[in-house]
Design a protein around this ligand. Sequence first.
Ligand SMILES: C[S@@+](CC[C@H](N)C(=O)[O-])C[C@H]1O[C@@H](n2cnc3c(N)ncnc32)[C@H](O)[C@@H]1O
Length: 192
Amino acid sequence: MSTEAQEWNARYASEERLWSGKVNALLRREIEDMKPGTVLDVGAGEGADAIWLAQQGWQVSAVDISQIAIDRAETAAHKASVNVRWIVADAREVSGEYDLVSAFYPVIQKSSDFFDHVCALVKPGGTLLFVHHMPDPDKPRGHGPDFSKVMSAREVLENLSPKWTVEKYEVIERGANSKHPYDELVRARKLV
Ligand SMILES: C[S@@+](CC[C@H](N)C(=O)[O-])C[C@H]1O[C@@H](n2cnc3c(N)ncnc32)[C@H](O)[C@@H]1O
């Protein structure tokens, strides 16, 4: 098992549940005007978003490097009686092309071919939906990703090739009490 997988498993094992178990409100909003098709959830965690997508009629694949996270996701999907193709793997190992690749708070290392691989998973004409916390250079890193190593949404925007058209870039306020006061969203379509 890779060090990354071990670290994420250890993080999941340290708590009974790591995330809210609820669909992300931004996913709910962005999906409203899309016709259901195939979707890959990258870094699906405990599966709330993937399960909700399946309930909306999407044909869902969901990948996470943590076996513990996917075990929890599978249990939740079973309870909700929905069908999702759960994949325990590094997202760099996933193949195929999807109408939508959805990545919420993913861990995509900079200066690797990881991002190119994620882009290649989107069908021509398909959509990449990427949401992450907004890096705050004034705050020392506490809870949350190390944006000196992990791609932010702004960096996604800057690294999209001319094959893409950016439909939306948005900063979303999460509230002053949140550990991460702002999120950033990129929605981009791959040209046919
Ligand atoms: C911050 S969590 C986000 C979980 C979920 N998307 C959500 O919004 O609740 C990041 C997730 O990415 C997974 N992960 C980290 N590196 C990965 C990789 N290389 N391939 C696939 N999943 C990965 C972790 O196990 C973790 O579940």
